[in-house]
Write a protein that binds this ligand. Structure first.
Ligand code: YOG
Length: 137
């Protein structure tokens, strides 16, 4: 049983976010804004439904899904694409495959100690974000 991803997590590092956003075709203007953000992840589970919220002072984004069940994702306020997403467990990693216009798109979450790790993939670019557990929220 993998350590729970659930909780509130504050970003402490963010490597190659710019490369990931460039691969998604995000404008220079929006990339500059996004690069300054300290993202927060709120991960909840209600029965077999997961909810992942990405929060910032600029925009918020949320998805909800069941493990192994493909769902329609619209990346509203991000790159605004319609994709078909499926989240599965592979060992201790929760992995999402995002099928659409962009090749090799997806993400993986896992926990190590009190840190939440996230890799974001698009078209050969890998962004690595690490979050620290926020015990006050
Ligand atoms: O998370 O897929 O946890 O959905 C990555 C933004 C910036 C807008 C955030 C707003 C991609 C301008 C979602 C940032 C860049 C830049 C706060 C990452 C696109 C546009 C919402 C993600 C998964 C896994 C769950």
């Amino acid at each position: 049983m993998p350590t729970s991803l659930c909780g509130t997590w504050d970003m402490i590092s963010n490597v190659n976010f710019d490369g990931y956003m460039s691969a998604l075709g995000i404008s220079t203007y929006l990339r500059k804004i996004a690069l300054r953000l300290k993202l927060k992840k709120v991960i909840e589970r209600q029965g077999d439904q997961y909810i992942i919220k990405t929060l910032s002072t600029f925009r918020n984004y949320a998805i909800s899904f069941k493990i192994g069940q493909e769902f329609e994702e619209f990346t509203k306020g991000l790159d605004n694409r319609h994709i078909k997403s499926t989240v599965t467990w592979q060992g201790n990693k929760q992995k999402c495959e995002q099928i659409g216009e962009k090749k090799n798109r997806g993400w993986a979450h896992w926990v190590e100690g009190d840190k939440l790790h996230l890799e974001l993939y698009c078209d050969g670019e890998v962004c690595k974000q690490v979050f620290k557990k926020n015990v006050n929220e």
